[in-house]
Every structure is written in C-alpha cells, then in structure tokens.
Design a protein around this ligand. Structure first.
Ligand code: 5GP
Length: 110
C-alpha cells in the first residue's frame, strides 16, 4: 500500500510541486504553518528517521532544501524540521522534512 506521499509523488493526489529531481520531490504543505511551508520527500519510502538506511534518496534532502530555499527567496533564513514518531509529532509515516520560512521562527519550538 503506497503512502500518502508516494501517491502525491506519483500524481494520484494533487499537490503544488515546487521542486523535484531523481531523489526527492517537494510540494507545499496542505496546512501551512508559515508563509512558506514545503515538504521535501525522498522518492523511496522510508518510514522515518528511526528506520533510516545508510544510503539512499534521503541523503539528498539537505541539498534539495538549499536549492528550494534559494528558489523561493529565503535568503534571510529558514528552518528545516523532521518529526520522528509520536513524541516528535510525526503524522505521515514516510520520511519528510518541513522547510519553513517567510517569518521569524521561535526557539524553543512547541
Ligand atoms: P508530520 O506531522 O508527519 O511531520 O507532517 C505531515 C505533514 O503533511 C503535515 O504538515 C500535513 O499538513 C501535511 N499533509 C497531510 N496530508 C497532506 C496532503 O494530502 N497534501 C499535502 N500537500 N500535505 C499534507
């Protein structure tokens, strides 16, 4: 059974894709928590950080984040977040990073 994000990657479920390459696909979050809120998803299904393999598409998440941030004009800064498991607030079991920008971020996060 493909994950929700695989279905988006395959075009079954619509999303506003802002970037894609052979390793990752990035699209706008359906419930943004910042003016810019993009999800960066490796094409390979990995449940999360807890089951991360040594190699694979996920290794390109950081490079994709840099490119997307430049493309979206986030030169003043941004935040990259990966939620893992229940305590981390993960709701979709397909590894993804949240790229958040367009406002000043708070620390510590909630
Ligand atoms: P998590 O809570 O797992 O770290 O993040 C999952 C994210 O996926 C949430 O921010 C949520 O708003 C987003 N999301 C859930 N369903 C959809 C969807 O169908 N389309 C898009 N674009 N984002 C979704």
């Amino acid at each position: 059974m493909p994950t929700l994000f695989t279905r988006i990657i395959q075009g079954e479920i619509p999303a506003e894709i802002v970037y894609q390459d052979e390793h990752v696909v990035a699209f706008r979050d359906i419930q943004p928590v910042a003016p810019i809120h993009v999800l960066i998803v490796p094409r390979t299904e990995i449940e999360g950080l807890a089951t991360l393999p040594e190699t694979g598409d996920h290794l390109r998440i950081l490079n994709a984040a840099k490119i997307i941030a430049e493309q979206l004009g986030l030169g003043n800064g941004y935040r990259l977040v990966i939620n893992q498991g229940e305590d981390g607030g993960q709701t979709v079991p397909h590894l993804h990073a949240h790229l958040l920008g367009g406002r000043k971020m708070n620390w510590p996060p909630g």
